[in-house]
Design a protein around this ligand. Sequence first.
Ligand code: SIN
Length: 323
Amino acid sequence: MPLPHLCLLATGGTIAGAGVEPQSVEAYTAGVLDVAALCAQTPGLDQVARISAEQFASIDSKDATPAFWQSLASRLQQALDDPQVDGAVVTHGTDTLEETAYYLHLVLKSDKPVVLVGAMRPSTALSADGPLNLLDAATVAATSGAAGRGVLVVLNHQVFGAREVGKVNANRPDAFAAPNAGPLGLVQDGRVTWLARPERPHTRATPFTPATPLVPVEILAGYAGASTALIDAVPATGARGLVWAGPGNGSASAEAMAALERLAGAGLAVVRTSRTGSGRVTAACSLPGAGTLSPWKARVLLMLALGAGASGPEAVQAAFDTY
Ligand code: SIN
């Protein structure tokens, strides 16, 4: 039986980072190693899958843009449509990995496994986590049980669903978690143990594609004593939506709530999320609630929903209740 054939797209990040000192885990440059070097430093990769490797980009993921998401999705869709390809692995910086992962989860049209992977330590660090994370990601993508679970994220022996995963620590190798859902699986010693499936529709079950326009949406946060000047300034930015990262249940001071309602009255899509990092924002007040989505993920969904023609708070709330 031939090994599965995986398309490996490298995009940069700390997994491809290089520093000077072995103990440097902060002083390094992301996205320096090319994809051939990444594969060469990952012994055993060729025992897991036949890899077609491609250098798609070499960026620090803080510089990722919606245009980057769209071109990555188009390239992945092309690869997944190839009957010779069984799945894909994408190396990616960890800082905005969760946004790219959720975007791909909503737009790709395939049941084949797609796994995003990064690392918290650069390739030059002692105990660099990149090689084992990459081997684990390929192991997951080569596993038939990964099909139909949407886009997956593998770091630190855990397999997360793209909708629920977030970076929850700035430094440590165990930086990723899914606070509301937990991991979908574990990968250890070359074996994958599945624990759960994603509940919400994704990939082939959404109306979104890599060609769906991404409508500009901004994010603002609520905090004690915040002025409403930035809320009032949103229309001038050209944004057609605002994600509010409020305290607790996506709440807002009386002044901020009045300013948010003014925006909604002027036709902007305003969605409430929580700045707490977990829990569910209910649709209890006049502005739609994003449920369990983080502010960053809510922005991705709102950009797509508006791009697909959602109009008015009911249609926006329906998108958040569905995806
Ligand atoms: C990046 O996001 O590209 C840099 C940080 C990281 O990958 O951990």
